[in-house]
Each structure stands twice: as structure tokens, then as C-alpha cells.
Design a protein around this ligand. Sequence first.
Ligand code: GLC
Length: 545
Amino acid sequence: MADFKDKVVYQIYTKSFMDSNGDGLGDIPGVTMRLDYLKELGVDYIWMTPFFKSPLNDNGYDVADYTAIDPVFGTMEDVEELITQADQRGIGLMFDMVFNHTSTDHVWFQKALAGDREYQDYYIFRDGRPDTPPTNWESKFGGSAWEYVPHLGKWYLHLFDVSQADLNWDNPKVREELKDVLRFWKNKGVRGFRFDVVNLISKPPIFENDPAGDGRRFYTDGPHVHEYIHELVTDAGIEDYVTVGEMSSTTLDNCVRYSNPGEKELSMVFNFHHLKVDYKDGDKWALMPADLPALKNLFRTWQEGMQAGNGWNAVFWCNHDQPRSVSRFGDEQHYRTESAKMLAACIHLMRGTPYIYQGEELGMTNAHYTSIGQYQDVESLNYYRILLERGKSEAEALEILSRRSRDNSRTPMQWSSDENAGFSSAQPWLAPPENYKEINVRAALADGDSVFRFYQKLIQLRKQLPVISGGKIEFLYPYEPRVVVYRRFDETDELFVLCSFAGEETTLELPERAAGKTLLIGNYEAAAIRGGKITLRPYECVVLR
Ligand code: GLC
């Protein structure tokens, strides 16, 4: 297994990171231009979201050719140059493999549409009448998960957009094709892979209606998923690469198995349970304040559970599908830098490999769009329509989008206070929030106490203290609703991490074993410890050693 426990991964949303050629879209040479910045931050790997040939209905998660570069992002030479330049700085690249589905523009799907039986078997086609889809399953982006093709008299399955057709992994030819894709990128010098929604690849043998849900129970962590991942990874010879699987609506037991080294599946997994604690009744489109006791409980369950099963978590708050954490779990208005730092410490010191999503290290915020015309994301646009159909007013639907839309994280990286946030010389494809004038890389680098500097310090600590990457974890204070407290320990070292999610002061008894320890890192000047008690200020984090 690759060495990944003391590493930190930085996620780049290619379309929004840096535009090198003035077309308003981020591109591959733009990433190369900014490698020194990432080197200064101290990250070890870059996960880049897809830049492969694509109609870009889902910004590249609809791949039309896995081994060609979409011209809007650059050329194969640009990719090779990026790999070389990153390598020279000791940074490895992880590419994003979207293997659950392809774009309907992919030549395999086009052949299937043209009537080629061999390629129809690459996808999930079912005969049927035009008025009755094979099952009542719903697409994750809204509406039915099936689309009818009149000239074939068949339906095809798409768990995501109608232009993203699910592949048939039960067909060994499909699995061979995908191994070839991995071999191709391996030969180019890529050092790791992220696998998109990889726990959805194995569909059930029989397709049936879901009387009580949207169908996910039938295909999530499906019947052959472990076998297929193991086969993919071992046959393509990437057991020693850093690999991370995105696991949708998964379980702890499955994640232990996906990431336990003995199983030879993946290095680590993303799960999303902690990012649903503000979904009312589990509905992403129904607003509710974050349920902090639930958040704490999920952290404890997953951290201690993965430890017990010798699995490994990818730890994260943000990615290109999630609103910005500082707007969501912090207080963007009154305590932006404090909450950004607290949130960082909270996950970077847990047991797992931390992922930083571009701009998180600046404390970037949600987009705060006020009209539907500002949104671009296919899921957001679908749900805006669905919310109106469900009887919400335009203002209510916009309020929901402003909190839940994936575009909140997809706004351009804020490099400077110059026009277009220094991202592009042209108008960006998605507008940056107004606050780029204050929140940007140039300002962060000039400030010794910035969120950026705090991230840098956390990354350095991970390299210096083996207890962070290799130690055990135990959660404390289960009943303190708004404070996450845990202990990291090994035979020679011990840390106490206390993170307040409250906007006011909270006083706690200090754990006995923490007495006499001193502040290793925190987001206020000195910890307020008196007589065995500690008072945490708004969004304070204190790490004692
Ligand atoms: C994953 C990606 C998301 C994409 C979806 C379909 O959840 O992170 O951006 O839309 O898969 O590929």
C-alpha cells in the first residue's frame, strides 16, 4: 500500500482554479502556473476533477473519452507538463475516474444507440413500453433514473443526469476497458486515483420497484462491488497507488472493507454522513440548522469504527459538491477566520488523510447568489424547477439554493483583489462572490496569521508528529452538544483537541490527563485554562500536548 497516512491532498476543481488563456474557464496550464503556491502550502497530492473529453453537462463528470483531454482544459502535452512539474516539486497527481457512467456522447454509447448489441451490453438497457420505466428509481439529480430511446424500444439507466448512462460492470469487457484506462494514466506518471461514486457500480441482478425509497438500497454497495474494485485495482496494478473512493450513502462495515489494506481494494474512502446533518428528514433541499450532536456522534462512530476495523477515512468538509464549510458550520459574518481555522484543526487532527478543497485554505465562503440566472450547475437548475413544482416561491427556492447549491464551492479560486479575482483576464464562467476583494491568496500570503498560515502549520505538524498520522483516537465528552473533543495518542505522545462550534463561550472541565499540557496550536492567542477548567471562546480550537 502506498504511504498516505502522513500526506495531505489538495483538491482542484479544474474549471475554477486558474485560467491561463483568458477564456473565463480554468485549465491545465493554469494549474501548472500555480504549483509553487501549492508547494508553499505543503500538500503532497493534487486530486484534479475530470478534464477529459466531455460535453460538460456535469462539468466533466460526463466523460466522452477517458484518455483524451477536452480542448477547453488543454492538451495531452499540457497534462504531461503538469505531471513533470508537479513531480519536480514532490507533488503527485491523482486523476478522477468516473467509472460508474459515461457521457451519452461516449463512442460506446453512440454505438449502442446505433443498434450495436455488443455495446448495448456495456450499459444497462431494458426493454419496455414508452409509458412505464422499468422501475420507479429516481436520478440523484431529480426525476426518473430511466430514459426511453424510442428507436430502440428500450430504456437505459442513468443514476445521475440523463446524459450520464450507467455502465454495466457485470460485463467483463467493460471491466477490461476500465483497467486499460488506469494503465494508460499510470504510464503517464499519475500517482493516484479518485474513483467517482464507485460504490454504485454493482447493480442488482433483478431490477425491482422501491416501494419506500428512490431505489438506492438496491445498488448502493451492491452485490459484487468489493469483488469488482479488488479486480480493477489488482489487475491494473495500482495497489501501491493512493486511491480514494467516493462512497454514496454507504455503511461503516462496507467502508472498513473498502479500505482495510488486507482486502486490497482502496487506500481510503469518502463518506458523506457528516455532511447530511443539516438535511431536514434527510432531504438536501429542506433546510435545517446543523444538528451538532448528530455531527459529533457521526465523527465518533466513523473514526472509532474505522479504527477498530483497520480502515482509513479521507477526512474533509468541502469538495466541489458541498457548500463552503465556513458558511455552513462556522460563522462567516462574525468569526470567519476563527471558524475556518477551527474547522481545519477539527478534521486535520483526526485519524485519516485530510483533503483541502481549493480556497478552503483561505476561508472562502458560499457564493451568495440572488438570482437563478447566476447558477450553472445541472443539479441546482433541476432542483430549482422541482422546488417550484413542489409549491415553493421563487424567493424560497433561491434561499435553498443559496445554502445548498454545488455552485457555492465552484466559484473561481480567489487569487487577488484584481478584476475577476485574479482567476482570469475574461469574465469567469461562474461569478466570484463579492468578498474576493478581501479574501484572496495575495492577502493571505501577506498575513502571518491568515487561515492559509494556519493550514500550513497543520500540514507541518502532521509531518512532525507521528501521533497525528499514526496514533489512536478516542472521543471525549459525548454529551457536550457544541464542542467536539478527542484525544490522539500512541506510546510516547498524546494530544487533546477541543473544537467549539458555538458562537458564545463554553466552559468545560479539562480532562484530567490534559492537566499540565500546553497549547500546541489554536486559533486564539492563549488558551483560557484556570483551575482545571477551560473556557472556549466562539469557534475556538485548542490543541494541547
Ligand atoms: C460525484 C461527483 C459529482 C458528480 C457525480 C456524478 O458525486 O463528485 O460532481 O456530479 O458524482 O458523476
